[in-house]
Design a protein around this ligand. Structure first.
Ligand code: GLU
Length: 510
């Protein structure tokens, strides 16, 4: 195969599985491929030996990918849904780019990117996902998670509360016990910086590793314009909020540095995915945070992560997230994926206009809200399942209920928005099956309550009434004969009788 053919053969399916060739887990596979290409000067014959060599080291991962065993089995469909959400959100105008420092003011309001990484390391990006921006307040959950991981929950919360403040994020305010309200407001994050500093915590934390560099100009500007944060620092010092031996100015410096860490959507989503994956980085397989640290962090993001919109966000979106003044929104869908949205224009409370819109649209399309019912709410998509599986399962269940005359199961399906006219392989509907079996109650339910079409023909050209006649189901024959007339009138004629109007009302109620 020519090199492109080789890549197409081995790598193109990666697009459909969500595995990227840059995935560190595929490093060996890619090395072998590249070496073979170099050695053969342009044309590579992929024989069995080379194939084995390439995939050998990653066989488990590749098998999982190609057998669609990842958390999002139908990744291509999912990615195209995400693209649609991306483009519809792009049209959202409005908001203002933060301009208190030049490093934020420089960004065009048109910038808009979304990247995601699943707990299996499947990745997708749309838009400006390679442009670096500062994490700003999105670093707060990461800083807190590292502190809990290193120092422990009990120790950290000796200094910081867990309650939403109901106040602005940079308010000079403490709770009843004279502690910062929570780690997601500036006061909390500054105290946590001091905890990390006192512990001599200097190195780059692993959770921030995918691509970490501190933007020195931002750091400098944050420091120069940070009067409010200095005021908070002095207030915290006066109220003895810092640990013993803490250097308040050093803690502030560290806080400004953390806010100035640069990421891109592509690197940031891996951090979010690490939180979604209980602290194990999905693309390196390394545990970087303890499960406890992650759970604490997600809880606080859920209640306090979106400035003065946190309650509404928890209500409408129902997912842990943290936003920052740079226009970033770090969103976690626990046990599924991490997402980084970025678009600089901010709304009144400081959240990215497009970021918020995207999160809301995401949960109206997929059943990702924490309190979405996963078993019965069939109107939303569940990308954890193969869509074909779902349809097959629902047809089989429907047919089985109709075959056994199980009206309560039929009622359950109708209430979970199952299409009660669904056909099987032979084009037979539930009404065909229930009629042939002579289940009068089931037939009454399917007709009176579900208003299914009685004229559908199976692949032998028979309607449910033909089946009932053929098997001598007299009770069903009389129900269906009357229903067929009613159905015709209700779906065809202009002037309706009292009975037909009743018929329509029931339809609406169901
Ligand atoms: N550096 C900013 C501050 O401390 C962070 C603002 C934010 O993203 O909320 O004020």
């Amino acid at each position: 195969l020519p090199p492109s053919g080789l890549f197409t053969g081995l790598l193109e399916p990666s697009l459909s599985t969500g595995l990227w060739t840059s995935d560190p887990r595929l490093r060996d596979c890619m090395r072998h491929l590249r070496r073979s290409m170099q050695e053969s000067a342009g044309t590579v014959m992929v024989d069995q030996k080379l194939f084995r060599k390439c995939v050998g080291a990653n066989i488990l991962l590749l098998t999982q990918a190609f057998r669609r065993k990842f958390i999002i089995p139908d990744f291509e469909v999912f990615a195209s849904n995400m693209d649609q959400l991306y483009y519809s959100t792009q049209r959202q105008e409005g908001g203002h780019v933060a301009d208190y420092i030049p490093q934020l003011a420089k960004f065009s309001p048109n910038l808009w990117g979304v990247s995601l990484c699943t707990v299996d390391g499947q990745r997708h990006s749309a838009g400006d996902t390679k442009v670096p921006f500062c994490l700003q307040s999105c670093v707060k959950p990461l800083e807190y998670a590292i502190a809990v991981h290193e120092i422990g929950t009990e120790h950290v919360h000796r200094y910081v509360g867990k309650e939403p403040s109901g106040l602005k994020f940079n308010q000079l305010s403490l709770n009843d016990e004279d502690k910062p309200h929570n780690p997601m407001v500036n006061a909390g994050a500054i105290v946590i910086s001091s905890l990390l500093k006192v512990r001599g915590f200097l190195g780059v934390p692993k959770v921030l590793k995918p691509s970490v560099c501190i933007c020195l100009q931002s750091f400098q500007s944050e420091k120069e314009t940070g009067d409010r944060n200095f005021a908070i620092g002095y207030y915290l010092k006066e109220k003895k909020c810092f640990p013993e031996n803490a250097d308040m100015i050093a803690a502030l410096d560290f806080y400004f540095q953390l806010c100035s860490i640069e990421v891109t959507c592509e690197s940031g989503c891996v951090m979010a995915a690490t939180l979604a994956n209980g602290g194990i980085c999905p693309i390196t397989g390394e545990r970087v945070l303890s499960a406890e640290a992650v759970r604490n962090t997600l809880s606080l993001m859920h209640s306090c992560g979106m400035y003065d919109f946190s309650g509404q966000f928890a209500f409408h979106v129902g997912l842990p997230a943290k936003s920052g003044v740079s226009g970033a929104v770090l969103l976690v869908v626990p046990n599924i994926m991490g997402i980084m949205c970025w678009s600089p224009p901010l709304d009144r409370v400081g959240n990215s206009v497009r970021g918020i819109h995207f999160c809301q649209e995401l949960v109206s399309l997929f059943n990702f809200h924490n309190y979405d019912n996963l078993r019965h709410f069939a109107r939303k998509l569940d990308p954890r399942r193969l869509s074909l599986d779902d349809r097959n399962k629902s047809v089989v269940n429907l047919m089985f209920a109709a075959y056994s005359g199980d009206v309560s199961a039929l009622r359950r399906f109708a209430l979970s928005a199952v299409d009660m006219e669904e056909k099987d392989y032979d084009s037979r509907t539930g009404l065909h099956v229930a009629s042939a079996e002579g289940h009068v109650e089931a037939v009454i339910f399917l007709t009176e309550m579900c208003k299914v079409n009685p004229h559908i023909k199976d692949r032998w050209g028979n309607t449910p009434l033909d089946d009932a006649r053929q098997f001598g189901r007299d009770g069903v024959v009389s129900v269906l004969t009357e229903y067929q007339q009613m159905y015709l009138c209700s779906n065809g004629s202009q002037s309706k009788t009292e009975d037909q109007r009743k018929f329509d009302t029931v339809k609406v109620v169901v």
